[in-house]
Design a protein around this ligand. Structure first.
Ligand SMILES: Nc1ncnc2c1ncn2[C@@H]1O[C@H](COP(=O)(O)OP(=O)(O)O)[C@@H](O)[C@H]1O
Ligand SMILES: Cc1cn([C@H]2C[C@H](O)[C@@H](COP(=O)(O)O)O2)c(=O)[nH]c1=O
Ligand SMILES: [Zn+2]
Length: 192
């Protein structure tokens, strides 16, 4: 039986790197993985998954209105898929997480999702909420704060490096805008 996995972390913990390593592992065994990433996250060019250590692969794009079950039925009709890898899975909708459970349960294809658990305010993303609820396996990937503790929060910074305490949940960016920290340093930065 296939399973659904959710690999979650703060930013810069190696999620994209781990996804690309999984893809490589499937390919070196003669299998066919398919990679998806969010259309809205175009930091490294649309249709690409890149890790900060230099690995890169082409990816299909998902938008919030896509039916991923139907998309994967169509793609698998054209050739066998052995695994579905989804980067930026925090941007999935509730419906799309459900559709991916159908891919696992009805098409018997493993689905491996990689994404943030929470946003810069410490709130769950919609995709993450339902992945945490419905995935078979939850795997935390870890990165560290400047103090050496595990970084499980993400600060959004302004141009002066001050922590931002409000705004839209989605703002695409990298090290220019975000820094992963431990909970104690998150509270300190926000004056909580
Ligand atoms: N295999 C690895 N060995 C050592 N450091 C790694 C490895 N993979 C990732 N990293 C570190 O993690 C950082 C973030 O990698 P990335 O995959 O882009 O993270 P994420 O997708 O979680 O934001 C890299 O800049 C690097 O410092
Ligand atoms: C914390 C936070 C992040 N985002 C965006 C910023 C990036 O584009 C992605 C995460 O990238 P990763 O390095 O692959 O983990 O998500 C956001 O929109 N809102 C937030 O609060
Ligand atoms: Zn810290």
């Amino acid at each position: 039986m296939a399973q659904m996995y959710f690999y979650y972390s703060a930013m810069n913990a190696g999620k994209s790197t781990t996804l690309l390593q999984s893809s490589f592992n499937y390919r070196e065994r003669g299998m066919t993985p398919i990679i998806f990433t969010a259309a809205i996250d175009d930091r490294f060019g649309k249709g690409k998954v890149s890790s900060r250590i230099g690995l890169q692969e082409d990816a299909e794009l998902f938008n919030s209105t896509d039916d991923l079950y139907q998309t994967l039925i169509q793609i698998s009709a054209a050739g066998k898929i052995d695994c579905v890898l989804i980067d930026e899975s925090q941007f999935l909708t509730k419906d799309q997480v459900y559709q991916l459970t159908e891919v696992v349960d009805k098409l018997d294809i493993p689905v491996l999702c990689y994404g943030l658990r929470t946003d810069f305010l410490g709130e769950l993303f919609e995709g993450s909420r339902y992945l945490l609820s419905w995935a078979d396996k939850l795997v935390e990937l870890k990165t560290i704060c400047h103090c050496g503790r595990k970084a499980n929060m993400v600060i959004r910074q302004d141009a002066k490096g001050n922590a931002i305490a409000g705004g839209n949940q989605v703002e695409i960016g990298g090290n220019d805008l975000y820094v992963s920290v431990c909970r104690a340093h998150y509270k300190e930065a926000l004056g909580l």
